[in-house]
Design a protein around this ligand. Structure first.
Ligand code: FAD
Ligand code: SF4
Length: 527
């Protein structure tokens, strides 16, 4: 669709062009706080550069375009003029820079252009360069939707040998006063994680989740995505994510009222064909600006104060947001654009094809990939301990793992994806995010899920045709990386067990791991 050409508007004092990105759909966005509907223009653009810098899951493409279009309507309903460029606009330059320049050339004279800082280095570099070259100048404002500013995080990190999330989280608790009583943590403990590792009791009734059938805007985008991106990963049919503020609010109400009370207990549990369990399903809405993270936490705290949610659930939930979410964002910006190029464990293999196809006889992996294809979602422990753990044990190169995580999830944005994948899940950053690799054998998956019962492999066996692949790979991982990891005191116990094994058994595990890597399709990359 071609944008109607605006009349040249003469320069009015302060007239501002305001660029709003696809993950900035918040009413109180810093680039919109001083918008003057009488003079200003908001620019929103669907461009190929953003739709294709990774081959996003089809549902993520739908979510972002649909939510952008609905946010543009929301602004217009407030009287704010919006120039909205669709992907199929014949004059679309297909880059954000191109659309900024085109709007400046076509939509009248502006005294300044404004954008809220983007969420990743790739765009920060583009906008950083435009600050110098754009006429009128581009003003980049901080993203105040986060609780810790870049400066707060850098000051906290300054001079520390280890950047332990738990200590950062305590600072965030004090700063926000969430779950604090007379300057002390509620319940006299900062962290109730030890109570949040239960496995699901057999036969427990699972909650019904509130989902959102596609509305008109979403259906229109679904048709466009089906036509333009037929080969991207994932199905479209089951799309049921919240795509606007009203739906996101309803999702939050439902979660806080019905699900949060049990969030803590089974936070780490996994179940076949049910990735949702008692999780929030709100990361995509928070990440694109439909929900405010602090407000979400205050809602959780209010339920605890009202006695409707136990402390272990409220604390566990709030820690994910003001702790982990803020922490990974801090790490991403602190460590700079080179963070993703580290490869501390010298991993050098390809990602097996079944990460895309789901065609594997490992029941746990097949289930996580199939849920991810259908819903663009897997919960934290599935991402960490099934797909992340396996990729690390196989020795898959970090670039291939990071690419997969960016592609497959509805909530994937580099600032949050990368430290989780590169740091927490695969230890490719050498221990900045995690103090040890989250490596585990099949026993962990068996303890926390019902996968192994229905698997063709035997989770108890390490060797032989029926042995669970995770087992030999786990011991071989420790063996191969002994030089790098042996002195890590958190790994002292497994290393003692490894060292007590007979040399013949260690050799057999190494041989089994080599055979498993090749059989699963994790082959050495060409040097
Ligand atoms: C390898 C790996 C990759 C990940 N990639 C992403 C990603 O691309 N985008 C993303 O938003 N999250 C990512 N996470 C974190 C986490 O898995 C998701 O935020 C969570 O599964 C989202 O689902 P939910 O809303 O149901 O979360 P819940 O389990 O209900 O948690 C509540 C909220 O806490 C926040 N949260 C929880 N854990 C984390 C975390 N480790 N880091 C940041 N925020 C967290 C999210 O906002 C989430 O909505 C990743 C985790 C791992 C291990
Ligand atoms: S036996 Fe091993 S491969 Fe099979 S489901 Fe259990 S952990 Fe996964």
């Amino acid at each position: 669709m071609t944008q109607p050409r605006a009349q040249k508007i003469p320069l009015q004092a302060g007239r501002t062009l305001r660029l709003v990105l696809g993950d900035q759909l918040s009413d109180d966005l810093s680039s919109l706080t001083d918008v003057d509907p009488a003079t200003d223009l908001v620019l929103m653009a669907e461009v190929m550069a953003e739709a294709s810098y990774v081959r996003h899951h089809k549902q993520k493409l739908v979510l972002i375009s649909s939510a952008m279009r609905q946010f543009a309507d929301r602004l217009r309903a407030r009287g704010v003029p919006v120039r909205y460029v669709r992907l199929d606009d014949s004059a679309n330059s297909h880059s954000l820079e191109g659309e900024l320049r085109r709007a400046l050339a076509e939509a009248g004279l502006f005294e300044r252009a404004v954008v809220t800082e983007p969420g990743e280095w790739r765009l920060a570099e583009v906008f950083g360069a435009l600050q110098e070259t754009l006429d009128p100048p581009l003003e980049i404002r901080p993203d105040r939707r986060f609780i810790a500013s870049h400066r707060t995080f850098a000051q906290w990190a300054e001079g520390k040998r280890e950047l332990t999330m738990e200590f950062f989280y305590r600072q965030m608790r004090r700063q926000t006063d969430l779950l604090m009583q007379d300057g002390k943590p509620a319940g006299e403990r900062w962290n109730f994680d030890a109570e949040n590792r239960k496995r699901l009791p057999p036969g427990i009734a699972r909650p019904q989740r509130l989902r959102f059938p596609p509305n008109d805007a979403t259906r229109a985008v679904m048709a466009e995505v089906a036509e333009r991106f037929p080969d991207n990963f994932g199905t479209l049919e089951g799309f049921d994510w919240p795509t606007n503020h009203a739906e996101a609010d309803a999702a939050l109400d439902h979660f806080i009222g019905q699900i949060l009370p049990n969030f803590g207990d089974w936070q780490d549990a996994m179940a076949k064909a049910d990735a949702y369990l008692w999780h929030g399903l709100i990361s995509s809405a928070i990440n694109i600006g439909l929900l405010d993270p602090l407000e979400v936490c205050r809602r959780g705290e209010a339920e605890w104060k009202a006695g409707r949610v136990p402390l272990n659930a409220a604390e566990g939930f709030i820690r994910q947001i003001i702790g982990w979410r803020e922490y990974v964002r801090g790490i991403y910006w602190l460590k700079g654009p080179d963070y993703k190029h580290t490869n501390a464990l010298a991993a050098d293999r390809t990602l097996p094809w079944f990460y895309w196809s789901g065609e594997t006889d490992m029941a746990c992996v097949a289930d996580v990939v199939s849920e991810t294809r259908e819903h663009a979602y897997a919960h934290h422990i599935q991402r960490l301990m099934v797909t992340g753990n396996l990729a690390m044990l196989l020795g898959v190169h970090p670039d291939q793992i990071n690419d997969w995580y960016m592609v497959v999830f509805i909530d994937a944005f580099e600032w949050v994806e990368l430290p989780n994948t590169h740091g927490m899940a695969t230890f490719a950053d050498g221990g900045i995010v995690g103090s040890k690799p989250y490596a585990a054998s099949g026993a962990y998956i068996d303890k926390m899920s019902d996968y192994c019962k229905a698997c063709r492999y035997d989770v108890k066996q390490k060797l032989g045709d029926d042995a669970c692949p995770f087992n030999a790979l786990y011991w071989d991982f420790l063996d191969r990386n002994a030089k790098r990891l042996r002195d890590n005191h958190r790994l002292a116990f497994p290393y003692k067990t490894l060292e007590r094994m007979e040399p013949a058994q260690r050799a057999a595990l190494r041989a089994k791991a080599t055979e498993t890597r090749e059989r699963l399709g994790a082959v050495k990359l060409a040097p």
